[in-house]
Write a protein that binds this ligand. Structure first.
Ligand code: AMP
Ligand code: GLY
Length: 422
């Protein structure tokens, strides 16, 4: 069978890597892909937001099914377009993808279904947002409503900072269109976890738990990023927490979506805070997490393809996922300046030493090739991912591999998975 993967980052490299191991698959295409993905798939020069061209390509090439990596094509309605043409595609339709595309929509559905989430207010005017802030004690969480690459969330220690954040979003429009509305949220204390499930709208197949590291520097300091590293499983998701996430969050969510006549098919990513009162929802994503997808794919023992197909075809009750009984850790190596503006074009050294690495794989998030040399081309550059007997073993393995790689200005966190080790 022929599969098309849409996207070009570390998550898509991991999806292509896993799909390429499927005996069911004869050919993989990736649009637009990257030089590294090109070692496993045929890259197609169509951007992930050019949904009309992608549909045309899928039709011409008789693609058996398409897998959408990033959120943008989903919120643009790629699934609606493909389905209207009889093309099979993995990822929620436009209405369902609002779960990620609009934090205000997500908050509304959480409230309607009594799903635990921090209390909040949604505002389009700075003055009303500030009046709301004045009623509560610090700290505050101020979020741009729309898509902002994981950077639209500002944690504010004082009222002044929160008011400044409101001005940034609503008045100075730092996040453009994504900042037409602002969500002001109660600050929650606890440990974060990422929980992803496949769903066909009816059945839920949980994937293994994981934990991301959003802040750029060690000890969770500095600004938020798209994610600096992830490990899996996350011990904070105990069997009890796991069941509560399904009973108190995902089952009511699916029921609530159904009541709105929304059929959700694809991955639901729940960003959680595990508080002393139990799991609470911080955000939803309509796609695999990046970098969480990388360690999760490494631990997936089953063929991914039948799982994706069952999701598309509404047959998730007929499949099961088997996992390796080990742990996996991904450390993201970033370009100088990330998550602010960053340099491109630095030569990456040492990748050749990991070409035959047995205990892991280097997923490329933002690299290119120039005259046979690997160079940086994005903010998050590589996701070095290893597995091990347990988290401690995987951490040792992954940082050993990271030590082989270098470029000018490379930076990364040295404490990925620390919470699982204490
Ligand atoms: P989000 O994109 O909404 O998941 O927010 C990005 C990050 O900001 C989260 O991973 C948390 O680290 C932090 N965050 C978001 N909302 C809250 C909250 N209500 N309380 C505490 N931290 C939060
Ligand atoms: N790692 C967080 C995300 O994919 O949104």
């Amino acid at each position: 069978m022929k599969v098309l993967v849409i996207g070009s980052g570390g998550r898509e490299h991991a999806l292509v890597w896993k799909i390429s191991q499927s005996p069911k698959v004869k050919k993989i295409y990736c649009a637009p892909g990257s030089a590294a993905i090109g070692e496993l798939a045929a890259c197609v020069a169509i951007g992930s937001e050019q949904i009309e061209k992608l549909a045309e390509f899928a039709r011409q090439e008789k693609i058996d099914f398409t897998v959408v990596g990033p959120e943008l094509p989903l919120t643009l309605g790629i699934t609606d377009l493909f389905e209207s043409r009889g093309l099979r595609i993995f990822g929620p339709n436009k209405a369902a993808a609002q779960l990620e595309g609009s934090k205000a929509f997500a908050k509304e559905i959480l409230r309607e279904n009594n799903i635990p989430t921090p209390s909040f207010g949604t505002f389009t005017e700075a003055a009303s947002a500030k009046r709301h802030i004045a009623q509560y004690p610090a700290p505050y969480v101020v979020k741009a409503d729309g898509l902002a690459g994981g950077k639209g969330v500002l944690i504010c220690a004082t009222r002044q900072e929160a008011e400044a954040a409101v001005n940034e979003i609503l008045v100075r429009k730092t996040f453009g269109q994504a900042g037409q509305k602002v969500v002001v949220e109660e600050f929650l204390v606890g440990e974060e976890a990422s929980f992803m499930v496949l769903t066909d709208g009816e059945y839920i197949l949980p994937l293994v738990s994981s934990q991301d590291h959003k802040r750029v520097f060690d000890h969770d300091e500095g600004p938020n990023t798209g994610g600096m590293g992830a490990y899996c499983p996350a011990p904070v998701v105990t069997p009890t927490v796991h069941n509560r996430i399904l009973d108190e969050i995902l089952n009511p969510l699916l029921a609530g979506l159904k009541r709105k006549s929304i059929v959700y098919r694809g991955v639901i990513y729940v960003g959680l805070m595990i508080t002393k009162d139990g799991p609470k929802v911080l955000e939803f994503n309509a796609r695999f997490g990046d970098p969480e997808c990388q360690p999760i794919m490494m631990r997936l023992k089953s063929d991914l393809v039948p799982l994706l197909e069952a999701t598309i075809d509404g047959k998730l009750n007929q499949v099961q996922a088997a996992w390796y009984d080990d742990a996996a850790v991904c450390v993201v190596l970033c370009a100088d300046g990330y998550p602010g503006s960053y340099d491109k074009g630095a030569e990456i050294h040492g990748l050749d030493k990991l070409a035959h690495w047995e205990k892991g794989f280097v997923f490329h998030a933002g690299t290119g090739k120039d005259n046979g040399r690997w160079i940086t081309s994005g903010g998050r550059v590589l996701g070095v991912t290893a597995h091990g007997r347990d988290i401690a073993d995987a951490v040792r393995e992954v940082y050993g591999a990271v030590g082989e790689i270098s470029w000018d200005g490379m930076h990364y966190r040295r404490d990925i998975a620390h919470r699982a080790l204490t």
